[in-house]
Design a protein around this ligand. Structure first.
Ligand code: HEM
Length: 334
């Protein structure tokens, strides 16, 4: 069965959710990967061009990733409002902790790219970059916990509330995290190949190719564990998206191999196309699984606002393009 069969009026919302979530996940992947690279660099001491590019782009990347989280947040509420709200209320402070943690992580990113911190010793630099990485992994874990609790049965919610727990435990949380961390490696590798391709040189490209291949391997390992846990559900509900994901893995894998072999242009293009399709396919698999396991929000028929949402998407894009052109025009004054 396809994700879009038997949807009634929900198809448009679902498609938007799949696409906007894929964008959020791609940007988050870049942030997690860049923070990890900066941390490993600080741990090993010294510096390299890829670490420099990562530190420079991290604050912008995080800002873009967070902004890209808003659209799927709205769409999840349109489609699964009762579940999302229940999980958020049950996790309470545990969920809201992401706000101060993100603020601290954001600050550490700006600190980490300052010249002052570059002059600090290895331990202090490690604390700055490692602190930011830990903050983002915590936020990723929290979103997965939220998603898992929101998809759980009402009996699980009752037990959670009765025991006065703030934390939701489920083996799939760690498995999902492994998938997202692996995918982060692929998003980071392609993002950095574009942002710092010429700076990084052949040696840098080879390392990015290896990061991409490593990320694919980790993600496949996590996906295997998840498929084992979910059993036949995945093939039955998300068959076409799984095939698309498999093709995307092959394309991205070849792209990363080309990158690792020093073929920057061809490798970068193929890996980028493969990774983008992979994120969209994974997002579709994720929604297929959810649509199969949980009921829709009952009152969707009365839901309104799509035209207004689309209007603000257009206004947002126009405003962003205008800001970018403004900055470009005045770059010489900086
Ligand atoms: C560093 C910051 C963040 C990280 C690392 C992160 C990571 C993640 C991850 C890994 C998931 C997937 C959950 C799963 O499939 O189980 C997710 C989902 C999501 N995130 Fe983020 N996220 C971050 C910030 C945000 C912010 C600030 C927002 C809101 C503005 C947001 C909105 C969402 C939404 C709406 C979902 C989908 C939830 C669902 O479908 O149930 N994220 N995030």
């Amino acid at each position: 069965m396809s994700l879009f069969d038997d949807l009634g009026g929900r198809g448009g919302y679902l498609l938007l959710l799949v696409l906007t979530f894929a964008l959020h996940a791609l940007l988050i992947g870049f942030v997690l990967g860049a923070a990890a690279w900066a941390t490993v660099r600080a741990l090993r001491g010294g510096d390299d061009p890829i670490a420099g590019v990562s530190r420079d782009w991290l604050p912008f990347g995080l800002g873009a990733a967070i902004t890209a989280g808003v659209a799927p947040l709205l769409l999840v509420q349109v489609l699964y409002q009762h579940r999302m709200y229940t999980a958020t209320l049950l996790l309470s402070h545990r969920f809201m902790a992401i706000v101060p943690v993100l603020i601290a992580g954001f600050y550490l990113l700006y600190l980490g790219k300052s010249e002052r911190v570059q002059a600090w010793n290895r331990v202090r630099r490690l604390l700055v970059h490692g602190g930011a990485l830990a903050a983002f992994v915590f936020v990723a874990w929290t979103w997965i916990e939220e998603h898992t609790l929101a998809s759980a049965s009402p009996e699980v919610w009752v037990a959670h509330y009765a025991e006065g727990r703030l934390v939701h435990r489920d083996p799939v949380i760690a498995q999902r995290l492994v998938v997202w961390l692996g995918l982060a490696g692929t998003a980071y590798a392609v993002g950095t190949a574009w942002l710092g391709g010429t700076l990084a040189g052949n040696a840098g490209m080879r390392r990015l190719g290896a990061v991409g291949l490593g990320g694919l391997t980790v993600a496949l390992g996590g996906a295997g564990a998840l498929a084992w846990t979910y059993g036949n559900d995945v093939a039955a509900t998300a068959g076409r998206a799984v095939v698309l994901a498999a093709l995307a893995v092959v394309a991205a894998g070849f792209g990363f191999l080309l990158l690792a072999g020093g073929k920057l242009r061809a490798g970068r293009r193929l890996a980028t196309a493969g990774v983008i399709v992979l994120f969209v396919a994974v997002s579709a698999i994720r929604e297929s699984m959810r649509a199969h396991r949980v009921e829709w929000r009952g009152t969707l028929d009365g839901a309104q606002g799509l035209p207004l949402f689309l209007l603000f998407v257009v206004l947002g894009v126009v405003a962003i393009v205008w800001c970018a052109r403004l900055v470009r025009r005045h770059l010489d004054r900086v």
